[in-house]
Design a protein around this ligand. Sequence first.
Ligand SMILES: [Zn+2]
Length: 421
Amino acid sequence: MSALRARSARIMIDGEKLSQELATLATFSDARPPAVTRIVFSDADLEARGYVKGLCTDAGLVVREDAVGNTFARWSGERPEEAAVGTGSHIDAIPNAGRFDGTVGVLGGLEAIRALKRSGFAPQRPIELLIFTSEEPTRFGIGCLGSRLLSGSRDASVDEKLKDKGGLSLGDMRKAAGFTGDLKQVPLSRGDYEGFVELHIEQGPLLEREQRDIGVVTAIAAPASLRISVEGQGGHAGGVVMADRRDALCAASEIILAVESAAKSSGSLDTVATTGVCDVFPSAVNSIPSRVHLEIDLRDIEEQRRESVFRSMGRSCQEIAERRSINIRTEILNADAPGECAAHIVEAIERACRANQFRFQRLVSRAYHDSLFMSRIAPTGMIFIPCRGGVSHRPDEYASPEAISRGTLILAQTLAELASR
Ligand SMILES: [Zn+2]
């Protein structure tokens, strides 16, 4: 299927062109194909930005960039002074990633706008494509940097000093990349956007398994991340009898299992917890571990439930610490509030699915996206399309041209409805 025509309107998605553009975008990469590596402010990222901006200009959109490199490409519409309808996603990619995460929302967003233009649609409000800076946390350790700043949930003067592993600051890097404005000017106001809709691959197996064309996102889970330091007492693996031990790794093992069981007993499938980091000191076979460093990721779409899981983990830590005479210190690195999608946008997406007789279902997003932060300043919705095996952040990440065209068509119709309000 190279062109997908809406059943009710004259909107036609040029799937072939969109696939070619996704393939071209994937060539701006620091990894060997099919892998894509595109770290924010690298040459690959800047070249990819140049490519996408060129496509936007070709489509007759007016391009502007803010001080952190968020890019806005606007179709003014009949009433340019009105609040815009936004769409978009990110083009940065973690090391050894695939070509569809984020890019489908950017190039699909652009194709949705071009398709609306070709159809003769005249939007009442501006429609704007957004390309967010650094959705991935690879360089600065914080995910959704661009959209966080847009939503005003960060202190610009602190962020200016964020450093990457090489010691380079965000302030220096963004300026070297040509984004010289004042970071304090980045936040938008509630009311700048009438609505925001992001098209994205699901990054999970549900839609493929259920044979759905479209996932209509109702809520976006937010991660909390914790660091737990466990301190016991080291010693010779032969010299210290078992009764005298204060083994930090044994305590950490109990904590890891307590984290798992706290998440499992929350009563909801939407609670997930992962201990992804476990550093053992001194990590020698004949030495009792004296220190362990754990990092835990805890997510839910309900903040209160996430908090209660967190409290239950805290009680377990306390009990383990006392029983084993171990020191356990917990530090919250980050705890974002989950986001809810706007009912009228969820319904608009569903109407578009029905009009095209696409199979759809409601779901929650367990991964977080720029939409999580956009939902703090504008009514927001997300359109998911299936990806093969639910695989993402890997070179074999794949969404079919047909799935991408369907998502893009639903996006175009949703934008048209919101821009007519
Ligand atoms: Zn993404």
